[in-house]
Unconditional design. Structure first.
Ligand code: ATP
Length: 237
């Protein structure tokens, strides 16, 4: 499929792996400006490997990655971040640093020395209360909030998130989904790798990754209409 004219991120034919092991086989995926895309797949499907190749933490051995007008395939991770792509890993925060230091680091990495911390605290009030405490003192759910706040401090155009539900109770998963819906409403583009289908609620399109290959891409409605996918994924939580 040719990239859409409004594509913010376009990956075409991406191969990647570790040593002699190839994990990704010709992965195509695109995210349009302001859109939320879910990359769905079970453990070991290659989601993390793909996200890392997008943001430049591992090399794409073949294929092409574009962000807006720029070909970023061979760019360093820091350059891709400067162009507006921010990565939130499963871990996402530095436990020994305070909440506020974590947020400032997220921004400083991109040359924004004075992030709008007050605005972030309005979205995440619990972080204001604990701003001088080390991130290690936060609960799992609060740490996830801090991870999102830290990523937002970099003022991305596209936020790339690896399993935001990891380690969270269903209640916190709901809270994360509520925050992501809010961010989507503000026009931020999101690419979310998940195995939890609860995130379909916030997505407009889905890519299903299996064994390092895209098995399906389409709208959420098209996915739920597909009987084989329904059977395969709708028992998954
Ligand atoms: P998970 O939800 O478990 O994180 P995933 O879909 O993100 O799964 P990946 O982490 O990308 O999958 O892993 C894909 C494959 O690559 C797996 O077989 C995994 O064992 C392997 N793999 C991942 N990281 C490395 C690494 N650093 N060195 C070698 N193999 C790796």
């Amino acid at each position: 499929m040719p990239p859409d004219a409004t594509s913010l991120l376009t990956a075409q034919g991406v191969n990647a792996g570790y040593g002699t092991m190839q994990v990704l086989w010709g992965v195509d995926l695109d995210v349009r400006a302001g859109e939320t895309v879910l990359l769905l797949g079970t453990n070991g499907a290659g989601k993390t490997t793909f996200l890392k190749s997008l943001v430049g933490l591992i090399e794409a051995r073949h294929g092409n990655i574009r962000l807006g007008d720029a070909d970023v395939t061979r760019m360093r991770s820091s350059e891709r971040m400067r162009l507006g792509m921010t990565y939130m890993s499963e871990l996402a925060v530095f436990p020994d640093l305070s909440i506020e230091e974590n947020i400032r680091i997220g921004a400083q990495a991109l040359g924004h020395p004075n992030p709008n911390i007050n605005e972030l605290y309005e979205t995440f009030p619990v972080l204001r209360e604990k701003r001088r405490a080390p991130a290690s003192s936060l609960s799992g759910g609060q740490r996830k909030m801090l991870g999102i706040a830290k990523a937002l401090a970099a003022e991305p155009r596209l936020l790339v998130m690896d399993e935001p539900s990891a380690g969270l109770s269903p209640l916190f998963v709901k809270e994360v989904i509520r925050i992501l819906s809010d961010l989507r409403g503000r026009g931020l583009a999101l690419l979310i790798a998940e195995q939890n289908i609860a995130f379909l609620e916030v997505a407009s399109r889905v890519f299903v990754l299996e064994g390092g290959r895209i098995r399906f891409s389409g709208t959420v409605a098209e996915m739920t209409d597909n009987e084989a996918l329904r059977k395969a994924y709708f028992g998954l939580k």
